[in-house]
Write a protein that binds this ligand. Structure first.
Ligand SMILES: Cc1cc2nc3c(=O)[nH]c(=O)nc-3n(C[C@H](O)[C@H](O)[C@H](O)COP(=O)(O)O)c2cc1C
Length: 206
């Protein structure tokens, strides 16, 4: 049974959010190709993970019994998110572009699951080793402008940030689905959506 973890970060509701609509289209397509697939939907905009603070950073460095109540609570929240990540075979990550990056709720999720010694480690030479391996990730983005396959050099810090952050954890089998032109006239918006929709069909053939 294939296990899918879907993360939604658009502040806009499902009726209008393009990244949510495309993510749902992708999940349906994956589930069709893998009958019986299990899906966990995590709406980060509706229930934002806490910002990473001193309690988590100190707590993860201590043995369990030495943690304060605040540290233990912060570690438990992070651990629950990491467990979901471990559980999943496939990640569908909605990362729409807001002010050149993705919504900050997705950043807090990344911060909570990026724990040294648990999801990645550095060796003595400073090389990073991801500890979350064997997963496929789809990053679903939607943006007002035209970014095509550009990255941070063109002001696209949304999907490129997710790509780099997940690579640190060992998730390198990553595919981007992008709808451009969503701030333009209706025809351009439709064309941008169709490009993304076709990409989904290519990535997950029916
Ligand atoms: C506050 C705000 C900031 C935005 N910033 C950008 C941006 O930096 N670049 C861009 O191309 N589009 C930008 N957009 C357009 C969104 O990327 C576009 O509406 C996209 O569809 C949002 O994803 P969603 O529909 O899943 O919410 C912005 C929209 C809003 C409301």
């Amino acid at each position: 049974m294939l296990r899918i973890l879907a993360l939604h970060s658009s502040p806009r509701p499902a009726e209008v959010s393009i990244s949510r609509r495309l993510s749902t289209e992708l999940i349906v397509q994956i589930a069709r190709a893998h009958p019986g697939a299990a899906v966990i939907q995590r709406d980060l905009a509706a229930e934002a993970p806490p910002h990473v603070g001193a309690a988590l950073l100190a707590g993860v460095r201590k043995p369990e019994l030495d943690r304060s109540a605040e540290e233990a609570a912060a570690v438990a929240i992070s651990a629950e998110m990491i467990e979901q990540l471990d559980w999943a075979d496939v990640l569908v990550i909605g990362a729409p572009m807001y002010n050149f990056g993705f919504p900050s709720v997705l950043k807090t999720w990344i911060d909570n699951v990026s724990i040294p010694g648990r999801t990645f480690r550095y060796d003595r030479d400073g090389n990073a080793h991801g500890l979350v391996t064997g997963k496929r990730a789809y990053v679903v983005t939607s943006r007002g402008g035209d970014y095509g396959t550009t990255g941070a050099e063109a002001g696209n810090f949304a999907d490129s940030h997710v790509r780099v952050a997940l690579a640190l954890l060992g998730i390198v089998d990553l595919h981007v689905v992008a709808a451009d032109w969503q701030a333009l006239h209706p025809e351009a918006r439709r064309d941008g959506y169709d490009v993304a929709s076709r990409r989904i069909s290519e990535l997950v053939p029916a």
